[in-house]
Every structure is written in structure tokens, then in C-alpha cells.
Write a protein that binds this ligand. Structure first.
Ligand code: NAG
Length: 355
């Protein structure tokens, strides 16, 4: 049955549009001379006189992403609507709301499930055992399963960082080569191939392999200062996959199960207590790393490095600075990502399962 109130509210809406709406809008007035019958103006002089209507940029200059999400750079437009605009700082003001909110939960769930199914490097359930009640979390890990190239690539990077916040990172030539090798191995996996296709098809990156690689490099390996006034001491990879020590009381980041396992084995990490386990393969624990406590470190268990990075990368680009919600293995999953706001471009400040 039709809602009888609808036509009435439509009349009210139209009335208010005519009484205030149109006199405050550039609809049908772009480029017209000054007209004092209106509250605001719509020609180029309005910028100087500071009396442009609020929709002047969008309507008269084309400064909007309406209908332009993911399209390549358009020099005739004052602002852009594809992923590189984040790097170049020339996104239209509605880029975030119009283009980044476009990927539906269903589409996100579909790609995440696809990544999960393609993650043939993930350890099988029989490849590791954990004990949430003992003094060690990992009681067994199949060493052969860690010999896969992407695991070895990640493990080689783990000692490349100065984990103390406030101390400048100075990567050596061989460390940079290790990053390059790691990138080559993960980019060769089906997980990363699917990630590329998804991001390109949904307008989050340009459809180019080199753009994909550069985007990953910027998100994960571009060094930045963790605090806005500090030295260049951090990166997305260091924070998320390695972990950082801030002062004498804070462990920051630390969201890789591989790093957890290895540091526990090396005696640098103490499993303090269990917090929560959620399927598929997510866990949060309290830890003490180099003697410093973290009340909640959450991560995926047994997943491959490329899977973790793919999930966090997609969430960063689709739901920047917010919760990225989807369904995986019929379970609700929430991933939180953060951008480092004080450095231009897009570097991952953090990314982890929100459980
Ligand atoms: C350990 O992992 C390797 C490689 O995935 C596999 O071939 C082997 O059967 C596993 N060992 C055990 C004891 O499960």
C-alpha cells in the first residue's frame, strides 16, 4: 500500500527547495552574471568575492566524483576520482564518500572468500597447534610449512627494523633487496593476483601491475615518522608485521602470527593470556615482548603473509581509517585499518582484526 504521507512530505520538500534551496544553489545558473535576487553567486568572480553557492565547485567546475569513480586522470577537471588522487592530494572532496563507499559488503565478502580459497600457502590445521591455557601459545609448528618462499621472504624482513619508536630507520641496500624479493614472491601468488584484479575492477587503483606494486610499496614499506614530530622510524610493515616498542611501557602493532611464533620461540615474547578466538583463524592475546606488555594483540593464525597483506590492503583502500566488515567462512569479520595522517600519501599506520 502506498504511504499516504509521502506526497505531502514531497510537497514540503519542494516548497523548501523553492523558498531557500534554489536561491542557495547553482542549479541552472553556472557562469551567469551576479544576480542579487539570489543569496549566492555562480560565476568565477564569486571565488574572489567569497559569495559562491556551496555547490558551485561541484556543479560549475565539475569538482565532484559523481559518475567519475575510478576514471583515469582528467586534466579538464579541477580534482580527481581514482586511487592515485590520494597520493597526489588532488581528490575531489566527495571522493571518499562516493568512491570509497561503493564497494558493497557482498563484493567485499566475495573477494575475501576468494582470497581465502586461493591461499594454498596457509598452514593446514594439522600443521600447528596452540594452547590457550599454557605458558606458550604455539606448541607445535610444522617447520617445512614455513619454508614456502613467501614465508621465508617475510621472515627475512623481520630483523630489518629498529623496533624502538623514535630511532630512525636506515635500510641497507641488501635489506631493500630483501623487500624487492619479498614483493616478487607475494605478487606471484594467486592471492595477490586476485587482490589486484579486485582493486582495479573497483576503481581503487589504476589497472596497471606497476601501479599495484607501487601502491603496496607505499602502503607497507614507505617509511614515515610514527609521531608527527618524530624521525622516520616506522612503516606499515614494521608496525603490523614486526611490532614496535614505544618508550618503556607500550608494545605497538604486532599483528603477525609468524612473528609471534618466532619471537616466542626465541624467548623474546611471553604469552600472557588468552582474550578471544574467532573463526576463521583469528585470535587476540595479551603478550609481553622484550618485557613490555601489550594487553591485546590480535592476528590471523596460520595464514600466509600474502593473505594477511592482501586483506589489510583491500580494507585500507576500501574502508580507510574505519572498520572493514565482511563475511568469511560464514563468519562476520571486522578489520580495522588506519592511515598515517601526518604524512601525505597513504601509508598504513595499523591494520588488524577487530575482535
Ligand atoms: C609439513 O608440511 C609439509 C609441507 O606442507 C608437508 O608436506 C608435511 O606432510 C607436513 N608434515 C606433517 C607432519 O604434517
Amino acid at each position: 500500500m502506498m504511504d499516504v504521507h509521502a506526497p505531502l512530505s514531497l510537497v514540503f520538500m519542494l516548497c523548501s527547495l523553492f523558498t531557500e534551496g534554489l536561491s542557495n544553489s547553482c542549479i541552472g545558473r553556472c557562469g551567469q552574471g551576479v544576480n542579487t535576487a539570489y543569496n549566492c553567486q555562480c560565476n568565477s568572480a564569486c571565488v574572489r568575492y567569497n559569495d559562491c553557492c556551496s555547490d558551485y565547485d561541484a556543479l560549475c567546475l565539475g569538482a565532484t566524483c559523481s559518475g567519475r569513480c575510478g576514471l583515469t586522470h582528467d586534466t579538464t577537471k579541477p580534482c580527481q576520482c581514482n586511487a592515485p588522487c590520494v597520493t597526489y592530494g588532488d581528490c575531489c572532496s566527495d571522493y571518499q564518500s562516493l568512491c570509497q563507499g561503493q564497494t558493497t559488503v557482498d563484493a567485499l565478502s566475495a573477494v575475501m572468500q576468494d582470497l581465502w580459497n586461493s591461499d594454498t600457502n596457509r598452514l593446514r590445521d594439522s600443521d600447528y597447534t596452540i594452547s590457550t591455557t599454557g605458558s606458550r601459545l604455539f606448541t607445535y609448528v610444522n617447520q617445512t610449512a614455513l619454508n614456502k618462499p613467501t614465508f621465508q621472504g617475510l621472515i627475512r624482513l623481520l630483523d630489518n627494523y629498529n623496533i624502538v619508536v623514535g630511532q630512525t630507520e636506515q635500510p641497507t641496500t641488501s635489506e631493500l633487496a630483501e623487500v624487492d624479493d619479498f614483493m616478487n614472491t607475494i605478487l606471484a601468488t594467486p592471492v595477490m593476483a586476485k587482490t589486484f584484479t579486485f582493486l582495479a575492477n573497483n576503481g581503487h587503483i589504476t589497472n596497471s601491475n606497476s601501479v599495484f606494486r607501487n601502491t603496496l610499496m607505499e602502503l607497507w614499506f614507505n617509511l614515515y615518522p610514527r609521531s608527527s614530530t618524530g624521525p622516520t622510524d616506522s612503516s606499515g610493515f614494521e608496525h603490523v608485521m614486526v611490532g614496535e616498542l614505544k618508550g618503556t611501557s607500550t608494545v605497538s602493532g604486532f599483528h603477525s602470527w609468524i612473528q609471534f611464533y618466532l619471537e616466542e620461540k626465541n624467548g623474546n615474547l611471553l604469552y600472557e593470556s588468552f582474550i578471544i578466538r574467532k573463526e576463521p583463524n583469528m585470535i587476540a592475546t595479551a603478550i609481553s615482548w622484550h618485557g613490555i606488555k601489550k594487553t591485546k594483540a590480535s592476528f590471523f593464525l596460520g595464514t600466509s603473509p600474502e593473505f594477511d597483506m592482501a586483506v589489510y590492503t583491500i580494507c585500507s583502500l576500501v574502508h580507510r581509517d574505519s572498520l572493514c566488515k565482511f563475511t568469511l567462512q560464514n563468519q562476520a569479520v571486522s578489520i580495522q585499518t588506519w592511515d598515517i595522517a601526518h604524512k601525505s600519501g597513504y601509508q598504513i599506520g595499523s591494520a588488524y582484526p577487530s575482535i
